[in-house]
Design a binder for this molecule. Structure first.
Ligand code: HEM
Length: 411
C-alpha cells in the first residue's frame, strides 16, 4: 500500500494518468467518498468503492441535468454559456438528461441498439476488420490506435448513422478535442470552437436528410421531428453528437487497452490464440481490467444527501470512478490480475441504472471481432516500443492511449 496524504491526491497529473490504480486503491481504503478540487478550483465528490459506485448509479437523487439540482445562484456561479448553441449540443442529450426527457430521448433510438439488431451487423463489422488488416498486413508495423482501433468503430457508427466516410478524420479531431477537455474545467475556447464546427456540420447533414431521406438512422430520427414534439432540432443534433462520440471514442480504447493488456500478459495471449472462443469472456475482462471509460460523467445531488458518512450538499458534483470500482478487492478476486477466464465478473464498465450504456451490445461485438481478427491475421503481433514510453490521453473521463506502436512479421 502506498503512503500518501489525502491532500497529495492529484487526479490531473500525467503520472497519475499513466497508472491511476494505486491511487484508486489508496482512495478506496482511506477516502472512499473524497472531496477533490478540479483545476478550475471547483470541487467534486469522488466515489471509488464498488458498492458505493453501484449505489450512486441507482440512486435517483443523483441526477444528470444540473438544472434539476442546482439553485439559480449555483448555476450562475458556474458562469457557463448555457444559452449558447454549442452548450446545448454538448449537454442536450440523454446522458445529461433526467426522466421524463431521458426516457423519451432514449426510447427514440433504443430499438436500433438491441443485441438482436446489433448481431445483424456482424458480417459487415467482420468485413471492415478484414479490409483494414488486409491493407496493413504487408507493412510489418502500425500504430494500432490510428490504423485499426480508430477506423473500425468509426466506420461502423458512421454507416449506422449515415455519415460520409470522407468526414471521419474531421470527426476524430472535433471529438477528441471535446473529450480531452470534458471534466477538467470550464469550457475553453478550443472546445467551444470544436463544438460549433461539429454542430454546424450535423445541422447541414440533418437538413440534407430532411430534403432527401435514406435508410440511415439520421433519416429515421429526422422523421420523428414533426411527430408531436418527439424531438426538436437541438435535441436531434445533441443525440447525433452523443452517438458519434460515445460510439467510437470508447470502443477505440476497448480495442487499444485490450490489445495492450494481452501483449503485456503473454500467458493470457497464448490462451486466447489457442482458443478464440474465449473472446466473449476476454472482452469482459478487458472492460474490467483497464476499461475505456474511467469515470462516469458528472452527477449532481438533487437534495442534501448523507452518503457513507459524508454530507453532500444540494447541487454538488459527484464523480463515480468506474476504474476504481472494477478493481475493488471486495468485489473481485485478485483484481490486479488479468484473467480472461475470470468466473465472476460483474464489472460496471458500462455503468448501471437508467443510463446503462445503450451501445454495450455494439461495443462488445466490435471488440470481439476486432481483437480475434487481429490475433488470427497477425500471429506474431508484438509491442514495438517499451510500454513505459506509451502516453495516455489526458482528462478524467476516458482511459486511452495516444498511440500503440506494434510490429509483426510479414508473411
Ligand atoms: C467499450 C465501449 C463503451 C464503454 C466502456 C461505454 C461506457 C458507457 C458508460 C459507463 C455509460 C454510462 C455513463 C454514466 O452513467 O455516467 C455509457 C452511456 C452511453 N453509451 Fe456507452 N460505452 C461504450 C460504447 C458505446 C457505443 C459503441 C455506443 C454507441 C451507440 C454508446 C452509447 C452510449 C449512450 C447513448 C449512452 C447514454 C445512455 C443513457 O444516458 O441512457 N456507448 N456508456
Amino acid at each position: 500500500m502506498m503512503t500518501m496524504a489525502i491532500e497529495q491526491v492529484d487526479l490531473f497529473s500525467p503520472a497519475f494518468k499513466a497508472n491511476p490504480y494505486p491511487t484508486y486503491s489508496w482512495l478506496r481504503e482511506n477516502g472512499p467518498v473524497y472531496r477533490a478540487t478540479l483545476p478550475d478550483g471547483q470541487t467534486m465528490w469522488v466515489v471509488t468503492r464498488y458498492a458505493d459506485v453501484v449505489a450512486v448509479f441507482k440512486d435517483e437523487r443523483f441526477v444528470k441535468d444540473f438544472r434539476n439540482a442546482m439553485t439559480s445562484a449555483q448555476i450562475e456561479e458556474l458562469s457557463l454559456p448555457i444559452h449558447s448553441r454549442e452548450f446545448r449540443l454538448l449537454t442536450g442529450h440523454m446522458l445529461s438528461s433526467d426522466p421524463a426527457d431521458h426516457t423519451r430521448l432514449r426510447a427514440l433510438v433504443s430499438k436500433g441498439f438491441t443485441p438482436r439488431r446489433i448481431e445483424q451487423l456482424r458480417p459487415r463489422i467482420q468485413q471492415v476488420a478484414d479490409d483494414l488488416l488486409a491493407a496493413l498486413q504487408e507493412r510489418g508495423e502500425m500504430d494500432l490506435i490510428a490504423d485499426f482501433a480508430f477506423p473500425l468503430p468509426m466506420i461502423v457508427i458512421s454507416e449506422l448513422l449515415g455519415i460520409p466516410e470522407a468526414d471521419h478524420d474531421q470527426f476524430r479531431d472535433w471529438s477528441s478535442t471535446i473529450i480531452n477537455h470534458l471534466g477538467s474545467g470550464p469550457l475553453d475556447p478550443e472546445t467551444m470552437a470544436a463544438a460549433q464546427a461539429f454542430g454546424t456540420y450535423l445541422q447541414q447533414l440533418a437538413r440534407a436528410r430532411r430534403a432527401a431521406p435514406t435508410d440511415d438512422l439520421i433519416s429515421a430520427l429526422v422523421a420523428t421531428e414533426g411527430q408531436g414534439d418527439q424531438l426538436n432540432e437541438d435535441e436531434l443534433l445533441a443525440m447525433l453528437f452523443l452517438l458519434i462520440v460515445a460510439g467510437h471514442e470508447t470502443t477505440v480504447n476497448l480495442i487499444g487497452n485490450g490489445v495492450l493488456a494481452l501483449l503485456q500478459h503473454p500467458d493470457q495471449l497464448a490462451k486466447l490464440r489457442q482458443e478464440p472462443a474465449l473472446i466473449a469472456g476476454a472482452i469482459e475482462e478487458f472492460l474490467r481490467y483497464d476499461g475505456s471509460v474511467e469515470t462516469s460523467t458528472f452527477r449532481y445531488a438533487r437534495e442534501d444527501i448523507e452518503f457513507r458518512g459524508q454530507h453532500i450538499t444540494k447541487g454538488e458534483r459527484v464523480l463515480v470512478v468506474i476504474a476504481a470500482a472494477d478493481h475493488d478487492p471486495e468485489q473481485f478476486a485478485q483484481p490486479e490480475d488479468l484473467d480472461i477466464m475470470r468466473a465472476i465478473n460483474r464489472h460496471v464498465a458500462f455503468g448501471q441504472g437508467i443510463h446503462y450504456c445503450l451501445g454495450a451490445p455494439l461495443a462488445r461485438l466490435e471488440g470481439q471481432i476486432a481483437i480475434n481478427t487481429l490475433l488470427r491475421r497477425l500471429p506474431t503481433l508484438r509491442l514495438a516500443v517499451d510500454d513505459k514510453l506509451l502516453h495516455w490521453r489526458p482528462g478524467l473521463l476516458m482511459r486511452g492511449l495516444y498511440a500503440l506502436p506494434v510490429a509483426y512479421d510479414v508473411a
